[in-house]
Design a protein around this ligand. Structure first.
Ligand SMILES: Nc1ncnc2c1ncn2[C@@H]1O[C@H](COP(=O)(O)OP(=O)(O)O)[C@@H](O)[C@H]1O
Ligand code: SF4
Ligand SMILES: [Mg+2]
Length: 322
């Protein structure tokens, strides 16, 4: 068996006194895609930023391990990170307009990583930039190279971001809610496009998403996060069909297409990071919570083809709810 491309082991991240990521463990094999799911504030973007080295000591407190192709990322110098970012790890952010530089043409922004990382000369870089724009479905790609970002629609800007992220054929793509700023009608189209390109490269991907159904459609595996912890992770189809954690069950109930009218969608809010309950962090909203849940944190254990952190799912008594 080959080693995973990305291996995260008990990664914790603190901002001041708040534990924003709490012992997150995940691994991703080459050629596989993982969807990170959970409500706003769960820590998804924090995890994505930590993987690409944009949240580091001493700005935040880090413990645990983050390995990419066997290299420990938490110990990497910034200059070595810069040779990984954009070259072996591609990034797509939610806000294309904020990520593209308004002062430079689309062509020069796609050529920049090609020239820096792949050492292409100007002519070869422009040639490849046009091919990349074409591959992400931008019509009349060659002419678009001289356009400035504001001359393109939001959807076209997002396609340019995808072309930049994939310019150097990265082994890992990290995409943080890559389509949530776009019209719903083009979200699925763009996600499919990204996945087709990732598959064509044989690369791996981590997608931050907030829709379980979309995650099941485009990702091999999902990891559901709550309050900075992984609460359930496994094959996406399995988690969509038979979620075991009450929080995943709640997310599933939010997928309206699943004729789940008998299920209550999630009520209440994620507790503040400064005010997390000591046991299971979901206990304040969980319909199955008992006294034990509020006292002792359930471990993430293997169960029925996935890993889940819930006493009730694990068949443990939690005491009577008061
Ligand atoms: N720049 C920041 N400074 C301080 N706290 C932050 C910052 N960004 C995020 N947080 C906190 O970290 C937690 C996780 O946020 P985030 O990773 O953005 O969640 P998600 O992407 O799942 O919505 C939240 O409690 C949020 O308030
Ligand atoms: S451990 Fe208890 S509170 Fe947490 S999800 Fe399971 S039943 Fe609910
Ligand atoms: Mg986020």
């Amino acid at each position: 068996m080959t080693a995973p491309l990305l291996e995260i082991d008990r990664l914790s991240l603190r901002r001041g006194r708040n534990t924003v990521l709490d012992e997150v463990s995940l691994s991703l094999a080459r050629g596989r895609s993982l969807g990170l799911l959970g409500e706003s504030g769960a820590g998804k973007s924090t995890l994505a930023m930590a993987i690409i080295g944009l949240l580091r000591e001493p700005e935040v407190g880090l413990s645990g391990s983050l390995r990419f192709d066997g290299t420990e990322l938490t110990e990497l110098t910034e200059s070595r990170f810069q040779t990984l970012r954009g070259r072996r790890i591609g990034l797509i952010f939610q806000d294309a307009m904020g990520s593209l530089d308004p002062c430079f043409t689309v062509g020069s922004q796609i050529c920049e990583p090609l020239r820096r990382h792949l050492k292409l000369d100007k002519r070869a870089a422009l040639e490849r930039a046009a091919q990349l724009l074409d591959s992400v479905g931008i019509p009349d790609a060659r002419a678009r190279l001289s356009a400035y970002p504001h001359q393109l629609s939001g959807g076209m800007q997002q396609r340019v971001m995808i072309a930049i992220a994939l310019a150097c054929d990265p082994e890992l793509l990290i995409a943080d809610e890559p389509t949530s700023a776009l019209d719903v009608t083009i979200q699925a189209q763009i996600m499919t496009l990204v996945m087709d390109r990732v598959r064509a490269l044989g690369s791996s991907a981590v997608f931050v998403l907030h829709d379980l159904a979309l995650a099941a459609q485009v990702c091999d595996e999902v990891a559901v996060m709550y309050g900075g912890q992984i609460v359930e992770t496994g094959p996406s189809a399995l988690l969509l069909e038979t979620p075991l954690h009450p929080y995943t069950q709640g997310l599933r109930a939010c997928v309206v297409e699943l004729d789940s009218h008998e299920l209550e969608p999630l009520a209440g809010n994620v507790p503040d990071a400064a005010d997390m309950p000591p046991g299971c962090r979901f206990a304040t909203r969980c319909p199955k919570a008992g006294p034990r849940c509020t006292q002792v944190r359930p471990p993430l254990v293997e169960l029925e083809g996935r890993r889940v952190a819930c006493w009730v799912a694990q068949g443990e008594p939690v005491g009577a709810a008061s």
